[in-house]
Design a protein around this ligand. Structure first.
Ligand code: KG4
Ligand code: ZN
Length: 381
């Protein structure tokens, strides 16, 4: 009989539940996104997020069960994210998970959200007949995190997914996360929220158009030099450069107002906003994405070379970025490194990755103590 785990995730602005068998087969996965609620504020509002988790958690879990055709009695354990994340949001999942596990008489496994992102990469790789080899370097890149880990297999019996992984932190952002930089720049440019997908779409279309911008067309960004740990990242400089550039060029005000008006009317697609962007703005969007992607790819591949890892895993919301995927595939080949991404649905927050990450911990008997609490600053490694 396979081991079936019900995963619950509520660390940020997605309420999610999923059932995964043996840490690899997704029987169901349901995600209720709060994007429409937070959009008008241009970012996640913690109070609204926890209130919405409270509303969604029961129907989302019920839907995950219904989609899998299973009942609570068929579940072997409950896995719940207990950190890192927003404390009010985490608390909803942790409290609900505790009550549910006690009620149905099943073990409760606390899961580190970041470990979930690592397992997301493994969830679908086997369907394509590709299993990532360890050791690997894992880049977790989202709106809240930009982190590099060295991932090795835990000793013991069974396959790697049963034994679980060991993590060593190689580096991380010293200021903004990459997704946060996307969101902040999109806000400065009046491109809507979240910023990642719209900047990605516009930059891709600019590239496809064959437009050739020169330096004088706008702002371009050189490589970010890091003192100390060169596996660290910094994205606040790029964001500030955009801010100062706009301050110094008041002629942008008019097009920004026109895009704000479009967004207010609900016209937020690339088709709606691109005609309202001057060539200089298009150049800036293109150069911003190129700079962020270059930094993420370069530092990750340097870490892979330095640690002698033949595998790179990329996970988190920004892993959905088309240029990031393209550049990793292009650059890792020449280094003999295999790069793996989750599908776009599993790149962003979901509960299948939480159920998958709970599996080796359940087998190892790492269960929640009765005083399990939300840990907003929980670390991995
Ligand atoms: O993992 P996620 O759903 O939530 C957390 O932040 O934990 O990631 C959301 C972040 C946002 O900052 C969003 O702008 C970014 O991921 N994002 C992207 C893309 N899709 C989402 N960034 C760049 N390109 C994308 N295609
Ligand atoms: Zn996440």
């Amino acid at each position: 009989m396979p081991t079936r785990i019900l995963g619950i995730e509520s660390s940020c602005d997605e309420t999610a539940a999923a059932i995964v068998a043996d840490g690899r087969d997704i029987l169901s996965s349901v995600v209720a996104s709060q994007l429409d609620i937070h959009r008008k504020y241009g970012g996640v509002v913690p109070e609204l997020a926890s209130r919405e988790h409270l509303r969604q958690i029961v129907p989302v879990v019920r839907e995950a069960l219904a989609q899998s055709g299973l009942a609570f009695r068929d579940i072997d354990a409950v896995g719940v994210t207990n950190g890192p994340g927003l404390v009010g949001s985490l608390l909803v999942g942790v409290t609900y998970g505790k009550v549910l596990a006690a009620e149905i008489g099943k073990p409760l496994v606390p899961v580190n959200h970041l470990e979930g992102h690592v397992h997301a990469v493994f969830l679908e790789a086997h369907l394509a007949g590709r299993t990532p080899e360890l050791p690997a370097v894992c880049l977790i890149v989202s709106g809240g995190h930009t982190l590099l880990y060295h991932v090795t297999s835990q000793g013991g019996d069974g396959d790697a997914l049963q034994r679980g992984f060991r993590y060593q932190r190689l580096g991380g952002t010293r200021d903004d996360a990459a997704g946060e930089a996307y969101d902040k720049v999109a806000r400065l440019l009046a491109l809507g929220y979240p910023g990642g997908p719209i900047i990605d779409r516009i930059a891709t279309r600019v590239a496809a158009s064959g437009a050739n911008f020169s330096e004088k067309d706008g702002l371009s960004f050189g490589p970010v030099k890091m003192k100390g740990n060169t596996h660290d990242f910094s994205f606040s400089g790029i964001k500030t450069a955009v801010l100062y550039y706009f301050r110094a060029h008041p002629e942008f005000a008019e097009e920004i107002e026109s895009r704000k008006a479009a967004l207010k009317e609900g016209r937020s697609k690339a088709d709606d906003l691109m005609p309202l962007c001057s060539p200089r703005t298009l150049s800036l969007i293109f150069n911003f994405q190129a700079a962020v992607v270059r930094d993420l790819v370069t530092r990750t591949l340097e870490a892979a070379t330095e640690t002698g890892s033949g595998t790179v895993l990329v996970s988190g919301g920004v892993a959905a970025n088309s240029e990031l995927r393209k550049q990793f595939e292009l650059k890792s080949k020449s280094l003999g490194v295999d790069t793996y991404f989750p599908s776009r649905a599993l790149s962003t927050d979901n509960a299948a990755m939480i159920a998958a990450a709970a599996y080796p911990h359940l087998l190892a008997g790492d269960l929640a103590a009765s005083d399990l609490n939300a840990e907003p600053n929980l670390r991995l490694a």
